[in-house]
Design a binder for this molecule. Structure first.
Ligand SMILES: Cc1ncc(COP(=O)(O)O)c(C=O)c1O
Length: 446
């Protein structure tokens, strides 16, 4: 713990507020050790139970972690400090930024014409009593999901995939429960799991999705929920194959105690078929976001699932935020209904695939095997992330260090390909090859 940071307070609320503020301001850095309960209680002149309550509250909110003899520490990425993605080193001026994991803005459908059409055609505004999921949107969503073999009986709308995942985990789990997540996996999900006071259990991933033995081990370790990215897994690009889906379905069949969440965030952008696990367990939900094909600012995802799961999410939304704006729902419906937008999304998907495959091929020419079966990222294993990220930065490329996405997976860097041009591929692959196989200093044996 920072010698300068003085813990204070005489009640559990004051003590936990002091610690939280220390974490927020950076005075208590990630990993910093807190004093043992009895020592702090003696220092502050309060009972050990008061300090224990303060620590317990912060543990439940994902700010602290207690690890046996190692005592209580600030979590590596506490949810009141910067998000994992904010821990990416800022690119140097003039560097090409391939660290962000975002779609290329130039390939998103323009919203202007559809917004103008909506403005011209808007009837009386929707009010509290008649708001909810637009029936026309639900019908269009069901048709799209049916076409992909996802049973879309019960349906609701959330403010994006991550909002849906948060609502699902909040409705089914309690702080301290374990959640099986892909490792490596999406940094924002790891942040969310910590913020909800849940325990992540990493499940190794290969190009065909979460590995069956890893899921089995997570179930044996007591996971109450499993989050699977259907396609364009972030960061590895993995996509659940037909064979993997069958094996996972067999493993999960009949589980009554597990909430299965599928995140199909790439949706229409994925150029590989969907092999959904929907319905494998009694409690399940499938989320399809509009962020990647149509734009992250739309903040909308369709959620389908079993009756109880969907009712819990919809019911909780009703008593809180209420509903996802009908204006947004109408905009998404207009985008889905426009063949010109379909064509733009199809071209974007094709262009991401060309960039990804181009980079994988260029890396293979340097003898490097990277991953990127689908989506907008390539995941390249490296022996040392810090030196790889630094070498690439010196060569003018910003990439994301794999540590943001890993629990126990091996080191790597994530390269977002969405903005690459054909002439970037050779110099980028050469820089990545150099970063992945650094030349040893002279005099050292090779
Ligand atoms: C795995 C994954 N899921 C979902 C999303 C997007 O979610 P949302 O619908 O909340 O924008 C992303 C965005 O990067 C992602 O990587």
């Amino acid at each position: 713990m920072s010698a300068r940071y003085q813990l204070s307070g005489t009640t559990a609320v004051e003590i936990s507020a002091g610690i939280e503020s220390g974490i927020r301001t950076g005075a208590l850095s990630p990993g910093a050790a807190l004093p043992p309960v009895r020592a702090l209680a003696a220092d502050l002149g309060v009972s050990p139970a008061t300090v224990a309550r303060a620590y317990q509250e912060l543990r439940q909110r994902g700010l602290l972690v207690t690890a046996g003899r190692h005592g209580t520490r600030v979590r590596p990425r506490p949810p009141v400090a910067a998000r994992r993605s904010a821990l990416r080193p800022p690119p140097l001026p003039g560097a090409r930024d391939l660290s962000r994991g975002e779609p290329d803005r130039r390939l998103l459908p323009p919203l202007g014409p559809h917004l103008a059409a909506l403005a011209a055609d808007t009837g009386p505004s929707v009010s509290y009593s008649d708001a909810g999921v637009l029936p026309e949107l639900a019908e269009a969503a069901r048709a799209r999901l049916d076409a992909d073999g996802v049973p879309a009986g019960e349906l609701t709308i959330t403010g994006g995939a991550l909002d849906g995942i948060e609502r699902l985990l909040g409705a089914h789990l309690r702080p301290g429960d374990a959640v099986a997540v892909e490792d490596p996996g999406w940094a924002n999900l790891l942040d969310l799991v910590a913020a909800l006071g849940l325990r992540p259990i990493g499940v190794p991933v290969d190009d065909e999705g979460p590995m069956v033995a890893g899921v089995a081990a997570a179930l044996a370790a007591g996971a109450r929920a499993l989050v699977v990215t259907s396609r364009a897994q972030n960061p590895t690009g993995s996509a659940v194959s037909a064979q993997r889906a069958e094996a996972l379905r067999a493993l999960l069949a009949g589980r009554r105690d597990l909430l299965l969440i599928e995140d199909d965030h790439a949706a229409e952008l994925a150029r590989v078929p969907l092999h959904s696990l929907a319905g494998a367990t009694a409690s399940w939900a499938f989320l399809r976001s509009v962020s990647k094909p149509f734009g992250p600012d739309l903040r909308l995802a369709v959620l389908v699932g079993d009756e109880t799961t969907v009712a819990r999410v919809a019911g909780r939304t009703r008593v809180g935020a209420g509903w996802v704006s009908t204006v947004l729902q109408r905009l998404v419906l207009a985008l889905w209904s426009d063949p010109a937008v379909d064509e733009l999304v199809r071209r974007a998907a094709q262009s991401y695939e060309q960039r990804r495959d181009g980079l994988l091929t260029a890396l293979a020419e340097h003898g490097l095997r990277a991953h990127g079966r689908s989506g907008i990222n390539v995941w390249l294993p490296v022996p040392d992330e810090t030196s790889a990220v630094t070498a690439l930065r010196d060569a003018g490329w910003a990439v994301a260090p794999g540590a943001l996405y890993r629990i126990a997976a091996a080191p790597a860097v994530r390269v977002t390909v969405s903005s690459l041009h054909a002439d970037d591929l050779a110099p980028l692959a050469a820089a990545l090859a150099h970063a992945a196989n650094p030349t040893p200093p002279p005099g050292f044996p090779t």
